[in-house]
Design a protein around this ligand. Structure first.
Ligand code: AMP
Ligand code: MG
Length: 341
């Protein structure tokens, strides 16, 4: 079967709307919102579309808190005080950091919210790869134990000088989750939000049909997909080695780092999509499952009550049992395998 090319505008990263989804069933959409270094698009199929107008303010507030590159963000305040004193943070940020710690624990550290000393050594635009000595020096500062939260005092503390938070692996999924919350409060019963790497779905399409979501071809362009997922009422996030990467001296370097080595993860995977009910978790676990590889990644995702699609380097699309019957492979180069319980 030939590869299909989607004409969707949602081309930012791992997930995109299939061409067939573009035949809208009377969706109302808003202008795309640029935030958290990506573009959010929204479509309301059933419910009061006035809620669309609340999204820019919500995303601006999240960006003001979690943007690692803004000097004035709450996250930067915590990073700036590393090795000094605990910093009072908002209840919301404390909650998200607690969730991040929980995900770090349940993925055996494959997801880590404290990788800034490592991630800041890379520049994927400029193709800058760190020196091995710099990676070795940064590793101890990235240990999960550097982050201490005090719920009673309302503080976050990085105990080592040079340590730093980077929530880039979960904040976009979290933002989609928060947008969906606003929709639900407003009584919206059918909608789709996407920032490319994370998608949120409220209900089904008005016809009762599932939304069709494309799984991106890791070797193709942003509009190429290799499979489709038929889904409703859930969130999903993708991590792929094609998102931010470059090649130097015949080696391909990408942005998903293995916290154990400090280098881009080499786990036999090209991409992982995690499907669940909680966007921060789907996002964090898609990153972690990429690092863990097929077997351990699937175990971690299932233990957390979620499902996943793994695109392997050797041309398999492997799904956890809960996605059997929901995925259709559309590219003959790939074979489908349903993982056992
Ligand atoms: P994602 O695209 O959701 O997989 O997130 C990748 C981004 O999160 C990278 O650009 C880094 O900023 C950061 N990151 C990379 N590796 C990890 C990791 N193992 N755990 C947590 N954050 C990571
Ligand atoms: Mg992620």
């Amino acid at each position: 079967m030939r590869r299909k090319r989607a004409a969707a505008a949602l081309l930012a990263a791992g997930l995109l709307l299939c061409a067939s989804c573009q035949a809208r069933e009377e969706a109302v959409s808003a202008a795309p919102v640029y935030s958290l270094a990506t573009v959010f698009t929204q479509e309301i199929y059933a419910g009061d579309a006035a809620v669309l107008e609340q999204t820019p303010a919500l995303l601006a507030a999240l960006d003001a808190k979690y943007n690692r590159f803004s000097q004035t963000s709450e996250l930067s305040a915590v990073n700036a005080a590393a090795g000094g004193a605990p910093v009072t943070v908002s209840e919301e940020m404390l909650g998200l950091l607690a969730r991040a710690q929980e995900y770090a624990e349940s993925t055996g550290g494959a997801f880590s919210p404290t990788l800034a000393p490592l991630t800041s050594l890379w520049d994927f635009e400029e193709k800058i790869c760190p020196a091995p000595a710099a990676v070795e020096a940064a590793l101890p500062q990235c240990d999960g134990s550097v982050l201490a939260l005090d719920a009673a005092a309302g503080t976050a503390f990085l105990s080592q000088a040079g340590a730093g938070l980077d929530l880039g692996a979960l904040v976009k999924g979290y933002a989609v989750e928060r947008i969906l919350e606003q929709y639900r409060v407003a009584g919206v019963t059918s909608a789709l939000v996407s920032c490319g790497s994370s998608i949120g779905l409220v209900g089904t399409k008005p016809s009762g049909a599932d939304f069709l979501i494309g799984v991106r071809d890791p070797d193709g362009g942003a509009g190429d997909f290799i499979a489709t997922l038929a889904l409703s009422d859930c969130l999903l996030s993708t991590s792929g080695d094609y998102e931010r990467q470059f090649e130097a001296d015949g080696v391909r370097y990408h942005h998903i780092l293995d916290p154990a080595t400090g280098w881009p993860a080499r786990s036999g995977l090209r991409a992982v999509t995690v499907v669940g009910q909680d966007g921060a978790a789907t996002d964090a676990f898609s990153t972690a499952a990429y690092v863990l590889g097929l077997t351990d990644g699937a175990a971690a995702v299932r233990a957390a009550g979620m499902e996943a699609v793994f695109v392997t380097e050797d041309g398999s699309i492997c799904v956890t049992p809960g996605l059997e019957g929901k995925i259709t492979v559309t590219d003959a180069r790939y074979t489908l395998r349903v993982l056992s319980e």
